[in-house]
Ligand binder design. Structure first.
Ligand SMILES: C[S@@+](CC[C@H](N)C(=O)[O-])C[C@H]1O[C@@H](n2cnc3c(N)ncnc32)[C@H](O)[C@@H]1O
Length: 206
């Protein structure tokens, strides 16, 4: 049964092959302007964002194959030509991004890794912020949303410590009057449970 499921998954990934970027062959030749989502999950956010902004190029990175395949299938169904996908861990894929090639990074509901011993795995840890700084263009920005107050407070410290300037910080996105928010799968779930959503924007200092 497991074999059949795996076989089915690889067929589905193959069918969406035209949407996949292979990052293992050296530095990528990327279009501009370029926005990146790291940890896109099932892709509700990035497919809707790409649909609404056809003049922007998007790449969504996700390391779990049976999750990214759902995002890729959504993009294929919507016939989006400005959205591509990388199946893999961003820490590895980052090496193939040229310096300054990304104008915006979205981090939506990143895994919180609550134990201090796992802090280095958080996508807003200084280790990752250094990677983002290299691939972001001058004035490049990161838009971060989370339900997790501890991760948010951790990030409020790490961004300024690593050369980013914060703006539009809110501990209650949906009560803040922010317009044009596009919900992710996790955001919908936490919002239905009454959990407030935290959001910030971080701009790379020149
Ligand atoms: C909690 S889920 C949130 C999914 C989606 N962004 C949302 O808001 O509904 C976090 C996702 O990030 C992915 N992820 C975490 N770290 C990653 C990394 N280093 N590279 C690629 N994907 C990652 C996980 O596999 C998972 O699908």
């Amino acid at each position: 049964m497991r074999m059949r499921t795996r076989g089915h998954l690889s067929e589905r990934l193959e069918r969406c092959g035209g949407l996949a970027i292979d990052y293992r062959g050296g530095r990528l030749n990327l279009p501009a302007p370029l926005h990146l989502e790291i940890g896109c999950g099932k892709g509700d956010f990035i497919t809707e964002t790409a649909r609404l902004n056809p003049e922007i190029n998007y790449i969504a990175v996700e390391r779990v194959s049976n999750v990214i395949v759902l995002a890729m299938e959504k993009a294929a169904r919507a016939e989006l030509t400005n959205l591509k996908f990388i199946l893999g861990d961003f820490a590895e894929a980052a090496e193939s991004f040229p310096d300054g090639s990304v104008d915006r990074i979205y981090l939506n509901f990143s895994d919180p890794w609550p134990k201090n011993g796992n802090a280095k795995r958080r996508l807003t840890h200084g280790r990752f912020l250094e990677l983002y700084k290299r691939i972001l263009s001058d004035g490049g920005e990161i838009f971060f949303k989370t339900d997790n107050r501890e991760l948010f407070e951790f990030s409020l410290a790490t961004f300024p410590e690593n050369g980013f300037e914060l703006s539009s910080v809110t501990f209650d996105l949906h009560g803040s009057g922010f317009e044009g928010n596009i919900m992710t799968e996790y955001e919908r779930r936490f919002t239905e449970m009454g959990v407030p959503i935290c959001r910030l924007e971080a701009r790379k200092k020149l």
